[in-house]
Design a protein around this ligand. Structure first.
Ligand code: T4K
Length: 386
């Protein structure tokens, strides 16, 4: 382990970095290589590569079993899945979303000429604050998209109450929350529908991919129609749809990954616990906690850097990056500070004080099956010595 006795031992001050190779936050987890290659051979033999092939059908069935939900519709990525779900729900005008999320949540609305209205978050949960949501409702509001950030359920019940009271549609961006539960029920079963991402950087991936989960038969039918150009049977188009289909290779990756998903989660949990024990000894740093009574995927190691810590978040990230530890500032600076939103709504930040505060002090550390306990110790040691 690299010894850090004085400032001069830090890479930011010219010493050799702690790691020769960069440690990434989103390093993909992979299932058994042979299993995947067997699927690939079958796909080649069959010459059926896309358009609701057998791997996609089996994958969707297994996903539905895993989440105990009626319909899982596999998609080419999470962003298209969001766009299609938004359209299938008939959202128009304004939709309330957090600004503290990945930009895709907002873009999926803006892309379809729907205005994302940013509501503030609860600094404890990092997710939409229901009271803040109420303040943003106007006669043009048609829906709310809650985001289960870091895989932790947002205020599902509070948002559902508001949606019922005002006659709004409620859906969730569950991109981070595959295999997580809320009050004992798997995420995927809440709101009108929930959207997942299986991007390479997610703990469970299909290279690129996503899914919409819903218990609503009519909605599922509509989403499938939209996902496949609006085809209803051969040569019969009844809607201006798009192409949101998942291909067979991605589904094969998903089927392979599902066999190892418990191992991915155990590995994440072990890393999380190790980081937690280490961070507990460093004043000014704290780790976002996961409810032990729920199912969690522990895929994000989210650190809050308080004023007590001698460096601010940006300075700490710079120190780590110099050591080849590529910590990320997710989701700084908040969607409202990115284009086109910062030009369209330059004053949006006035309603988002908690978003600003949190976005400035959060960083995410590397985890996943490629990380060893020894490398975690090096990272913790650097943060402690700093
Ligand atoms: N909603 C939410 C709340 C989301 O977080 C996301 C995606 C979406 C919706 C949209 O879902 P998708 O349409 O993506 O399915 C990454 C991912 O690209 C993005 O999927 C994810 N959220 C977001 C949180 O993280 P970046 O801009 O950080 O990606 P990038 O290229 O910087 O990669 C992150 C790290 O992972 C890098 O250090 C490199 C490493 N990496 C990346 C890839 C692709 C690897 O080691 N191997 C790889 O194959 O957005």
């Amino acid at each position: 382990m690299k010894q850090i006795k004085t400032d001069q031992d830090l890479a930011i001050n010219g010493a050799a970095p702690a790691f020769d190779q960069p440690l990434h936050v989103g390093r993909p987890n992979m299932g058994d290589r042979e299993t995947f290659l067997d699927y690939v051979n079958e796909i080649f033999d069959r010459r059926w590569f896309s358009n609701n092939g057998p791997c996609v059908q089996t994958f969707e069935k297994q996903l539905a079993e895993q989440l105990q939900v009626k319909h899982c519709i596999a998609m080419c990525n999470g962003t298209i899945a969001l766009e299609i779900a938004i359209r299938a729900l008939g959202l128009t005008g304004e939709v309330i979303v957090p600004s503290y999320t990945f930009i895709a949540t907002a873009h999926a609305l803006q892309w379809q000429q729907i205005t994302p209205v940013f509501a503030d978050i609860n600094p404890q949960t990092h997710t939409l604050d229901s009271d803040a949501v109420r303040k943003m409702i106007t006669p043009r509001t048609s829906g709310i998209i809650g985001v289960h950030l870091w895989g932790r359920p947002c205020d599902v019940d509070g948002l559902q109450k508001i949606a019922d009271e005002y006659g709004l549609q409620l859906m969730f961006d569950a991109a981070h929350a595959f295999s997580c539960s809320h009050q004992g029920k798997m995420i995927g079963n809440f709101g009108r529908c929930e959207v997942f991402s299986f991007h390479a950087t997610k703990f469970f991936n299909t290279f690129e991919g996503g899914m919409v989960a819903t218990n609503d038969d009519e909605l599922a039918k509509q989403i499938r129609l939209m996902q496949n150009f609006g085809f209803s049977g051969v040569d019969n188009v009844i809607y201006p749809g798009t192409n949101g289909k998942m291909n067979e290779l991605s589904a094969a990756m998903g089927l392979t990954g599902l066999q190892s998903i418990d191992q991915f989660m155990q590995s994440n949990q072990k890393n999380y616990q190790h980081y937690q024990e280490g961070v507990a000894n460093i004043s000014g740093l704290s780790l976002v906690e996961y409810n032990p009574d729920e199912k969690n995927n522990y895929q994000y190691i989210v650190v809050e850097v308080s004023e007590e810590f001698p460096l601010n978040r940006d300075e700490l990230v710079d120190v780590l990056r110099a050591e080849n530890i590529l910590a990320r500032k997710y989701f700084w600076p908040g969607c409202h500070n990115m284009e086109p939103y910062c030009s369209l709504y330059p004053h949006a930040g006035l309603m988002l004080p908690m978003t600003k505060q949190l976005a400035d002090r959060v960083m995410v550390l590397p985890t996943g099956t490629t990380m060893t306990i020894c490398s975690l110790d090096v990272i913790l040691n650097i943060m402690k010595k700093v």
